[in-house]
Design a protein around this ligand. Structure first.
Ligand code: ZN
Length: 340
């Protein structure tokens, strides 16, 4: 039905076939380019009755409950059909072509990577706003369902503790995304291709320590990379940014100067952008809004640290937004915005 893809479904369940088929085609095409060429003839998706509500990816065949793809109503905010198809397709690479080792951290290489792949595919197919929405949603899920007092580092997560699921999927997807930001897209993808090529056929199966060691040669700054790995893979950190004392003043030259106190009330030391903005960034259809303006500064704050940030603006700003591009995992993102 698609190009190198097919969907087997129950007659009458045609509602979402177009979206599923387009997503399956895009997944096959881009995951092949990014990670490893899909080695089989056909990538297919088969429906099963709603006796169970999951989807699962076996080699070449993704099985889907009717309840989560075929009969779901998708809307712009949740986009369930696209996201589930993108995630399950990603398991052809992260799970099948690369089988993680059994042991702490192993599942991050299938579930966290499937979420990371979904973020990449969302950006590729639907644009940056859709990618930001997806990441905000999994970030909220992590914030809501983590067990802050018992959370373990990624390398120790083995699925036996409360809260391990959201760490494996949601935080995992985020940490791989942040790693991609440090390395750059091309280096990250080159590292992932080499990792699958080296480990894909066994006889040894990798866990997270093998992964972070394999990616290190692709880091432009190995010292910064080691620090990133230490914080996000071997410790439990998560920033929480707070804003205070925001003001915008006209300068004698006719432009504007924004001043705001930014605090990291959480933990973890990450560079984060702070933007003074005017107008809506995207149209109702998710396209960039031409009238939108922003001016930015970058601040690096460890846990408990705060700094005054100044931003020069050529326009009159309306709001201050921390991390406008949704690149740093954090708690209570909605509170890291203030009106001017
Ligand atoms: Zn999965």
């Amino acid at each position: 039905m698609g190009s190198g893809t097919a969907i087997y479904y129950h007659p009458g369940h045609e509602y979402n076939l177009g979206e599923m088929s387009r997503t399956l085609d895009a997944a096959r095409r881009y995951y092949s380019e990014w990670f490893k060429p899909f080695p089989w003839q056909e990538l297919k998706l088969s429906e099963f009755p709603g006796l169970a509500g999951y989807a699962q990816g076996f080699p070449t065949d993704i099985t889907f409950s009717e309840g989560i793809g075929f009969l779901t109503k998708s809307d712009v905010k949740t986009d369930a059909v696209f996201l589930v198809t993108a995630h399950e397709s990603a398991h052809q690479w992260w799970g099948n072509l690369l089988t993680p080792g059994e042991g702490p951290g192993g599942d991050l290489l299938s579930e966290g990577m499937a979420h990371f792949s979904t973020a990449l595919l969302t950006e590729q197919v639907k644009g940056n706003q859709a990618r930001m929405e997806f990441m905000k949603r999994i970030e909220e899920k992590y914030g809501d369902s983590r067990r802050a007092d018992a959370e373990r580092p990624l390398v120790k997560v083995d699925g036996t503790h409360d809260g391990d699921i959201t760490v494996t999927y949601d935080k995992g997807g985020w940490v791989f995304w942040m790693m991609e930001q440090r390395l750059g897209r091309e280096r990250m993808l080159a590292g992932l291709r080499k990792f699958i090529a080296d480990w894909g056929y066994g006889p040894d199966y990798p866990v997270l320590q093998d992964f972070t060691a394999a990616m290190r040669p692709y880091a432009p700054d190995p010292v910064a990379y080691d620090e990133f790995v230490r914080q996000w893979f071997h410790q439990v950190v998560v920033p929480e940014y707070q804003l205070a004392g925001a003001s915008a003043n006209r300068t004698p030259g006719g432009s504007w100067k924004v001043t705001v106190r930014v605090k990291n009330a959480g933990s973890g030391r990450m560079p984060v952008a702070v933007a003074a903005v005017r107008g809506d960034r995207f149209t109702a259809k998710g396209k960039p809004e031409p009238a939108y303006r922003d001016a930015r500064a970058t601040v690096v704050l460890g846990g408990g640290e705060e700094k005054t940030v100044e931003i020069a603006c050529a326009f009159q700003p309306q709001k201050i937004v921390v991390d406008p591009d949704v690149q740093v995992l954090q708690l209570r993102r909605k509170a890291a915005v203030t009106k001017l």
